[in-house]
Design a binder for this molecule. Sequence first.
Ligand code: ZN
Length: 148
Amino acid sequence: MSELMDLYQEVILDHTRRPRNFGSLEHATHRAEGHNPLCGDRVAVSLRLDGDVVREIRFEGKGCAISTASASMMTELLKGGEAGLLQTVFGQFQDLVTGRLIEPPEDLGKLVAFAGVAAFPVRVKCATLAWHTVKAALQNRQQPITTE
Ligand code: ZN
């Protein structure tokens, strides 16, 4: 098990050091900002929808390792897929980081690296911030969202 945990740690560290899809997005159709006051994480997610398909998705902001890695992996997962995928995977991801998921479904892919977050309830908000934010973006919410 500890080898597996090391592997998870590496996946998260890799995305913290080299976040994927990081930066601003021109011609975004949807955008939202999120804030986790508990930790100080801030994230803005921009995406370009083409019908139901997420053609482009990028994020900006500054946060802890968990929030950055989660945002990075989330954009990788959603890019090129249907926007509806967010609902399914976000639900599973929330169950994962709160320890309600015994057998992670395959949809989660590398996101299972966040299973360890369940042992640190205060980190759940870090791990889910970008997800709440992209959800708000898809709903065209104007006000920044907060985890509090
Ligand atoms: Zn954080």
